[in-house]
Write a protein that binds this ligand. Sequence first.
Ligand code: ADP
Ligand code: MG
Length: 258
Amino acid sequence: MTTTLTDQATVLHCTNLDAGYSTGRPCVRDFNLELKAGEVLALLGPNGAGKTTVLMTLAGLLPSLGGTIDIAGHAVKPGHARHASQAGLVLVPDDRALFTTLTVEENLRLAVTNRKDWPTEKDRILDLFPRLAERLKIPAGALSGGEQQMLAIGRALVQHPTVLLIDELSMGLAPVIVERLLPIVRTVADTTNAAVILVEQHVQLALTVADTALVLRHGTNVLQGNARQLAATPHLIEDAYLGTNEPHHTTADIETAR
Ligand SMILES: Nc1ncnc2c1ncn2[C@@H]1O[C@H](COP(=O)(O)OP(=O)(O)O)[C@@H](O)[C@H]1O
Ligand SMILES: [Mg+2]
């Protein structure tokens, strides 16, 4: 049986979100988003568009300057990272934020809330990233960039996110590594039913694993729609990056069978 996204529950709903670094001067304006369980959204846009600002605001690391954020039907207090993470929102930041002097195993184990779950969680993460099994006793700082990213995602997954936010997974990684890692993001969404917001510079690659995509430019949503359709119309994306088109949103057909 194929599941369609429209059958899934809405797990993230944000309305009229204004976000930024000083009151009265939001750099992201009127951001609205509805994400279904298991949906992968590619959040795209040029440097400085506001992608990281959106993720940090959703994760409660920046106070929102207006609007509402709901996770699985519960309002999240803006600017409260702990509240956001308790509600099921987990961020993998672009610097990965690993404990570099601790081993791979220690990094993972520290993220597990309930100590008795550790053996199962460890098996689950090593199934997904067999490469980490050979690296368990090595300090995180000694891993390659790709392995560090696996660890950062693994650490997020042991927290069982309802909504997983991944900021620039490919930062500093060779394209061949990105090609290997991105499909794992798809697998994570399919197997855990987490919704994922994937901020990614490799646009076409991101669109191959995403269900939907949204392009931000100067803090405004200028293009939104089905990932497969957008992949087939690269000129629309290019125009959105360059700011040469009118805002274009087609939210209609995310029900494409996966
Ligand atoms: N710590 C900060 N203080 C003030 N302004 C910031 C800060 N971080 C980012 N900005 C500004 O916010 C805007 C959006 O940045 P950001 O969300 O990092 O963009 P992106 O992730 O899309 O590259 C940019 O104009 C950037 O200069
Ligand atoms: Mg960024």
